[in-house]
Design a protein around this ligand. Structure first.
Ligand code: MN
Length: 291
């Protein structure tokens, strides 16, 4: 097994607002080196870095909007998000929880700060990923996987070094509870001071990490600070993360989907005809209805 070297370490780009509730740093595809093809199957990575929200009676968020052709994965580190969709589903994503929504053939939904959290205010920090689907699965009905704290798979590192939460894929024999359409390893490494943890992913998988909290070293030398994203070269398999402080790191590795990508706003398909079709379906109300 050879070492996986670092291709780039990237500071968060200037944030933009999604609705009035989410102040997102768009790493993918906002950073020129992080095109959807380069990082696929991860085709969007939006990051709301740690923010202190003032108490508000006005519940902030983003109103009804469609998605088609992919999955959205919302990972909440601080705060609470409420969501409602055109299938009648409603739920809350709490701190330390993940919602894996398969939009596939199409859905309408809205995403807001949870009302009680909005009223009390406090720390807010989250990631939303868009994960692409192979064309055969873009036609599937929409569905959800709610990975609440009690469902989160955990690998305990030796000697109280911390835990690896396995959202999907596998780490040292521990399988994540989310099922995926293509191979995807997604972890939150929650590390204590002095921790060292090793990871192995196939060379051809697109692999990256985002430092959510603390400061880490990768392969013993390269420092990566809070809010920085690191992308690995597509060579070698193994890397090590170490830290002298309490740190949280989101680790992503997925097999690229070798298909053309046609993206337009909330639709990600394989070609322009399918994008036009998605726009038509949306205009005709085929994704359902949501106030
Ligand atoms: Mn959405």
């Amino acid at each position: 097994m050879s070492r996986k070297n670092i291709e780039l370490i990237i500071n968060p780009p200037a944030p933009h607002m999604v609705g009035d509730g989410f102040k997102m740093h768009n790493f993918i595809p906002g950073v020129p080196q992080l095109s959807m093809q380069r990082t696929n199957p991860f085709i969007v990575l939006d990051y709301n870095s740690l923010t202190e929200l003032a108490p508000s009676d006005h519940v902030r968020g983003v109103g009804a909007h469609p998605h088609k052709g992919f999955e959205t994965v919302s990972i909440v580190y601080h705060g609470k998000i409420a969501h409602t969709d055109s299938t009648g589903f409603h739920g809350v994503i709490g701190e330390g929880e993940v919602q894996w929504m398969t939009a596939a053939s199409g859905i309408l939904h809205k995403e807001y700060h949870e009302e009680g959290f909005s009223k009390s205010g406090g720390k807010f920090q989250m990631v939303q990923l868009w994960v692409n689907l192979p064309s055969e699965f873009k036609k599937e009905p929409a569905k959800y996987q709610s990975i609440t704290r009690d469902k989160m798979s955990k690998y305990l590192l030796d000697d109280n070094q911390g835990i690896i939460e396995v959202i999907s894929g596998e780490y040292n024999g521990i399988k994540g509870s989310a099922s995926t359409y293509t191979p995807i390893h997604m972890y939150n490494a929650k590390l204590n001071p002095g921790a060292k943890a090793n990871f192995n992913f196939p060379a051809e998988y697109n692999s990256m990490l985002l430092v959510i909290e603390g400061n880490i070293r990768v392969n013993g030398e390269q420092k990566v600070a809070t809010d920085q994203l690191l992308i690995f070269e597509n060579e070698g398999e193994g890397f090590e993360i170490s830290t002298d402080e309490k740190s949280v790191v989101l680790i992503l590795s997925g097999e690229p989907i070798k298909e053309p990508i046609a993206a337009h706003g909330p639709f990600v398909m394989n070609n322009r005809e399918e994008i036009l079709e998605a726009c038509n379906e949306f205009n005709l109300g085929k994704f359902g209805y949501l106030e």
